[in-house]
Design a protein around this ligand. Sequence first.
Ligand SMILES: [Zn+2]
Length: 82
Amino acid sequence: MGENTWPGGYRHAMTQSEHEAWNACNYPGTLQLCSERDDPTGRCEEDSIYADDDGEIGHLCEECWETMKTTEDGETTQGEES
Ligand SMILES: [Zn+2]
């Protein structure tokens, strides 16, 4: 069809803002670090994860998040997997 076909299913070139967002997530040196262990969360501002709804505990890597969210209030979320 003459359109560019990108690996991974991308079918359009990234716009400038999309490219900046991608860089923010992926560019070395701007990796978001876990607030607990200083390990890379693998996430960025747009999909940061926090242990609480107010965003005061985080950003966390998924490992710390799993730990902290289940110890908050002494309750677990087991059995509520979706
Ligand atoms: Zn962590």
